[in-house]
Design a protein around this ligand. Structure first.
Ligand SMILES: NC(=O)c1ccc[n+]([C@@H]2O[C@H](COP(=O)([O-])OP(=O)(O)OC[C@H]3O[C@@H](n4cnc5c(N)ncnc54)[C@H](OP(=O)(O)O)[C@@H]3O)[C@@H](O)[C@H]2O)c1
Length: 505
């Protein structure tokens, strides 16, 4: 990868990236929530920032009846509300000319035949990106419909300069290891693995990408990044909202399938992986898989000892809103034991981290909203301050805050002026202060990478399967007769669980 010295001594890694090529983008599920809230606004942001070639076109596919102009009007409203870049009249005029709508049922071969016809029309780019913003049970059928209409890539060699056909797949990728493997098999029969981009939007967040920069572009952290200096690692993705209208999906998933299998395990991998031999996507993904393979397959009893689960009761959310009892949420079984909060202690049993607890916590309807990684260091030897202060000596902590207030801080101990007294202080780096408040949206970054064929920030098939191995073990333990029922906590609070003492050795 080429790089050049940038302003103030930095180094721009994007210099070697080719300019965007024209691409025909097909958004399946274009009338749905994800398309409206994330995918189309991200395409607008890319367009506004020059990240979309002017000859690119976007075709939306869904069942609802829309004329092209009604479809454009709907998307205009979503872009105005959701996009990072303000909508301007001339800009929108240019953008909407790229948008068209295809009404069709994904179960019908005729939909794909019509799509193929439109993609062959004059003015359409030869590069194609198919975005599956549809329900997970449609991922396989849509890939198969595309392949049957001659739009797949499994039978095409990857040749330099040849047009691409790529498939972007949303989460969840399967509901256990077996179904993830089966889904990959179905997709691979239609699209080559190099052309499949499994999204975990957490990987598109600036602060998550920054983990690799922090660890491997500095020389001061890596020597300490091991069992000798790190006491434990905590990874939290805490949300204040309840499940809202997602009951039909959530009650069959719960916090472990919805969040641990993807976002939290991805954060764990990036925090603890070995330095890859290069920044090549496969080199990075190989290291992530090695981390996952170092996590043991615990017995059900062991999983129960190292996990806690909880479920919210009615309460007042952090924003003052009323949140109903989980059992009273729409499309939730009134006797459901599905967890809305989960905590799990894992160990990465390799040379570098053996014995260091890694505690994952995630939940809904909690008293605070925060996603962060905390690396907690061991106390210094007891000869001096640690001997005098014992437990009152705060430990050094590196906090990598993913949201809100994206940034990194390092808690250190300092002397209080005028007194022989120790006080913890933070050295802080705030992303928003540094970047004038405008961070790119995760979907924007991920779409730009998919156009470039850069799969670094996407999940490989074996990664998804290894992550499921861990969650499958946890789920099996929780469905065993020995498993205690979830603890219940009032919405807007924090479950009172001894999660830090999860059977520490
Ligand atoms: N929403 C989010 O924030 C979010 C976040 C992460 C992942 N995801 C994932 O993204 C995917 C989409 O989620 P969503 O929330 O956008 O769902 P949604 O609002 O229910 O949208 C589903 C879309 O699929 C279309 N559709 C359904 N059946 C169809 C059929 N037989 N033929 C043609 N179109 C059909 C619907 O269009 P019509 O109703 O017009 O047919 C609609 O456009 C899911 O896999 C979800 O897990 C969503």
């Amino acid at each position: 990868m080429l790089a050049r010295a940038g302003l103030m001594g930095g180094c721009d890694l994007d210099t070697g990236r080719p300019d965007p090529e024209p691409v025909a983008i097909v958004v399946f599920g274009a009338s749905g929530d994800l398309a409206h809230r994330k995918v189309i606004p991200a395409l607008w942001d890319l367009f506004a920032g020059g990240g979309l070639h002017p000859e690119s076109r976007i075709i939306g596919v869904a069942r609802r009846a829309f004329s092209d102009s009604a479809f454009r009007q709907e998307l205009r409203d979503s872009v105005a509300k959701r996009a990072r870049t303000a909508l301007t009249e001339p800009g929108w005029k240019d953008f909407e000319a790229k948008l068209s709508y295809l009404q069709g049922d994904l179960d019908q071969a005729a939909t794909y035949a019509e799509l193929a016809r439109r993609l062959e029309a004059p003015g359409q780019a030869a590069n194609r990106l198919f975005y599956l913003a549809v329900s997970p049970d449609q991922f396989g059928p849509v890939a198969e419909g595309l392949a049957a209409a001659g739009l797949g890539s499994a039978d095409r060699e990857a040749r330099e300069g040849e047009a691409y056909r790529r498939l972007v797949v949303e989460k969840p990728f399967g509901r256990d290891r077996q179904s993830a493997r089966e889904l990959s098999r179905r997709l691979n029969a239609c699209f080559a693995e190099r052309d499949i981009f499994r999204i975990d939007h957490y990987l598109g967040k600036e602060t998550v990408q920054n983990l690799l920069y922090l660890r491997f572009a500095n020389s001061i952290f890596e020597p300490l990044w091991n069992r000798q200096y790190i006491e434990r690692v905590e990874i939290d993705v805490l949300e204040t909202g309840g499940i809202g209208s997602r009951g039909g999906y959530y009650d069959h998933a719960g916090a472990s399938r919805d969040m641990i299998q993807n976002h939290l395990i991805q954060l764990l991998c990036l925090s603890l992986m070995e330095p890859p031999p290069s920044l090549d996507p496969e080199a990075i993904r190989d290291e992530k898989v090695k981390v996952l393979k170092s996590i043991p397959s615990y017995s059900p009893g062991d999983f129960l000892a190292r996990s806690r689960r909880a479920q919210y009761l009615a309460g007042t959310g952090a924003g003052g809103e009323a949140i109903p009892d989980y059992h009273a949420e729409a499309k939730v079984d009134s006797a459901s034991r599905t967890e809305t909060f989960a905590a799990l202690r894992l160990e990465v049993d390799n040379w570098r981290f053996a014995g260091v607890p890694v505690i994952l916590r995630t939940g809904k309807a909690l008293d605070r909203q925060a996603s962060e990684i905390r690396v907690i260091f061991r106390r210094p030897p007891e000869t001096l301050f640690a001997g005098l202060c014992a437990d009152r000596l705060p430990t050094n902590v590196i906090v990598i805050r993913i949201q809100p207030e994206e940034g990194i801080w390092l808690d250190i101990n300092t002397k209080e002026p005028g007194r022989a007294s120790l006080a913890p202080k933070s050295l802080r780096f705030s992303y928003r202060e540094g970047e004038g408040g405008a961070l790119p949206e995760a979907y924007e970054r991920l779409l730009a990478d998919a156009f470039q064929g850069d799969s670094t920030l996407f999940i490989r098939a074996d990664e998804a399967e290894e992550a499921w191995r861990i969650v499958d073990g946890l789920e099996a333990a929780w469905s065993s007769p020995e498993a205690p029922a979830p603890v219940r906590y009032p919405a807007g609070s924090s479950p009172d669980l001894d999660v830090l003492r999860l059977d520490r050795p």
